[in-house]
Every structure is written in C-alpha cells, then in structure tokens.
Design a protein around this ligand. Structure first.
Ligand SMILES: [Zn+2]
Length: 78
C-alpha cells in the first residue's frame, strides 16, 4: 500500500535488506538506514518494517540477518 520504491538513496546496489521482527518474528524489511550519534560514537541504525507493520529503529549490529540462511533439513518438511 505505502511501499516505498525509492532506490536513489539506498546506495547498496539495489539489494533488499531483510531481517526478522523483534516483536513477532516475521520477516521485516530494512527501509532506511541512518547513522546516529551515541556515547560510544556514531552508530548505524536501520528502520525496519515487518509484515505486521511493526516498525523499529535498531542498531544494524543487532539486526538478525536472514540473508545467510542455513540449510533446512529435509526431515522438517511436512
Ligand atoms: Zn512484527
């Protein structure tokens, strides 16, 4: 509905960053990155929006990467 399609300010080569929602565990999309000052110096934060429309501003270091997906054992398939 309000999906943002701006690629100009991304600068990441068009790769879509995804993580998991800390609230509900659903797939969340990184929509924005910003460097914020902290007591330990600048920290890169990312705004993430999940499928349930929760949104968070989190340090990128705390994001759960789902791009490096591990192999799912075939025995887990139903
Ligand atoms: Zn969520």
């Amino acid at each position: 509905m309000d999906r943002m399609t701006n690629r100009a300010g991304n600068g990441a080569g068009g790769a879509l960053d995804t993580t998991t929602c800390p609230e509900c565990g659903a797939v969340a999309e990184v929509t924005e990155r910003a460097v914020l000052e902290s007591t330990d110096g600048p920290v890169e934060h990312a705004r993430v929006v999940c499928l349930a429309r929760h949104w968070f501003l989190l340090p990128t270091a705390s994001l759960t990467s789902v791009s490096a997906r591990s192999e799912v054992p075939a025995s887990l398939r139903s």
